[in-house]
Design a protein around this ligand. Structure first.
Ligand code: DOR
Length: 442
């Protein structure tokens, strides 16, 4: 079969320079072949024509923190429903967390998860290996993985590694990236006692308070500096942590923030109750502002959704029996583009935070930019029409979003994964499969 050629014409292209230029993109097979101004890119007569008039073309989103629940928790989500949600949301690659069942803590389980992903995922995939107090050898050798995940707090069972004595050997051994969920478990447990019996979900943000997050981030930073170990701080949630990193962030440390920690705060408990419950919890409006400024200033490097679906039935349990977590992959790009439209940031910054920066941080070659030679992971969005988030439109198995009713712009119209059109104006090509990502010298 001849290599397929496609020509995306007349798109407003978000270039690697940050300029938005009207132009054409030629794709040959799975790669971008040419990018040029309108009419300057020639394609063969049998190339598939994609008219992108009026649409914005961005690099596909790389979501570097998701929980897709398979294997073991498929009643909440599975790799098919999650990646259909990705395709609809313009997410062309994801990095997934190890708290599936069995836990992703050995090569054997990682290998099995990769095989499942090859079978089911509509977009590209990578998986973290989870740290326990006992699996140092696996953490050194597991392959391929985007990095080691440590739950310093907010978890139960084997994935919780919550004392300095247990965490330090992980920093001291090997060289690959360590990503931390930074909350101090001892403080959380003490505060749980203090607030016992209270059922208002807003208490969640007081139990797992800013100080609990700060203390764990301080410990992770201390160990990272001691061993000069590559550290990534997941879902930074507080202004005080952002201020700390502004003062003290070694070159080998990166940090991310979720859209929800930028645009939601503790007021959300009053409107959506336990649907607003996540770890680390939502904070104050002042925290929203400080996190935004840190993102704009480059103190925070990129965006991740922490897509963590639970069923509505599970979420309906009274606090504290309700589980923490909210879905995010199909709303993250429109949420951020709506912020850009409102003047909070630029479209180029959104593309940097959601594509180029995570690719660079995890050493994912050939992704995150629209340039010749890069993989054709692309999303065409409508940056003019405003449409609300609706429950009926959602692909995630959990079937709800904390943003229902929010009027958003920048909804994906078409998503391409390695040159294959996986989503096109409401239709999915369910035969498309993503590929395993590789991670530089990780
Ligand atoms: O809210 C959360 N839910 N935060 C996490 O870190 C884990 C996640 C989950 O897996 O449900």
């Amino acid at each position: 079969m001849a290599t397929q050629e496609q020509l995306i014409r007349n798109a407003q292209i978000v270039m690697p320079s940050g300029e938005v230029e009207l132009g054409d993109v030629r794709i040959v097979g799975d790669r971008i072949a040419d990018v040029g101004s309108v009419g300057t890119v020639t394609a063969s007569s049998d190339a598939t024509d994609i008219d992108a008039t009026g649409l914005l073309l961005l690099p596909g989103v790389i979501d570097p923190q998701v929980h897709f629940r398979e294997p073991g928790l498929e009643h909440k989500e599975d790799l098919h429903t999650a990646t259909r949600a990705c395709a609809k949301g313009g997410v062309t690659s994801f990095l997934e967390m190890p708290n599936t069942r069995p836990l992703t803590i050995t090569q054997e389980v990682l290998t099995a998860k990769l095989a499942l992903a090859a079978e089911k995922c509509l977009v590209n995939y990578g998986f973290f290996i989870g740290a326990t107090a006992e699996n140092l050898p696996d953490l050194r050798t597991a392959n391929p993985t985007c990095g080691i995940k440590i739950f310093m707090g907010s978890n139960h069972g084997a994935l919780l590694v919550d004392t300095e004595a247990a965490i330090e050997p992980i920093f001291a051994t090997g060289h690959r990236l360590i990503a931390v969920h930074a909350e101090n478990q001892a403080r959380i447990l003490a505060r749980k006692q203090q607030f016992a019996g209270q059922t208002d979900p807003a208490i969640h943000s007081q139990i797992q308070d800013c100080q609990a997050a700060l203390e764990a981030t301080q410990l992770a930073l201390k160990l990272s500096k001691k061993y000069q170990r590559r550290l990534h701080i997941l879902h930074l949630s507080t202004g005080i942590e952002a201020d700390l990193l502004r003062q003290d962030k070694p070159a080998w440390v990166t940090a991310e923030v979720t859209p929800q920690h930028l645009v939601l705060n503790t007021d959300a408990y009053g409107t959506i109750g336990t649907l607003a419950q996540m770890n680390p919890p939502l904070r104050s409006q002042q925290d929203n502002e400080t996190l935004w400024q840190a993102l704009l200033d480059g103190v925070i490097d990129f965006i991740a959704t922490d897509h963590a679906p639970h069923t509505l039935e599970e979420k309906a349990k009274p606090y504290p029996h309700s589980p923490s977590g909210m879905p995010g992959v199909e709303t993250s790009l429109p949420l951020m583009l709506t912020q850009a439209k409102a003047g909070r940031c630029t479209v180029a910054q959104v593309a940097h935070w959601m594509s180029a920066a995570p690719a660079a941080a995890y050493g994912i070659a050939n992704k995150g930019k629209i340039a010749p030679g890069y993989d054709a992971d692309l999303v065409l969005v409508d940056y003019e029409t405003v449409a609300p988030v609706t429950r009926q439109g959602l692909q995630t198995k959990c079937g709800w979003s904390p943003f229902e009713g929010w009027p958003l712009t920048g909804w994906p119209v078409m998503t391409l994964v390695n040159g294959q059109v996986v989503y096109n104006r409401g239709q999915f090509d369910l035969s498309v499969r993503g590929r395993a990502l590789s991670f530089g010298d990780n």
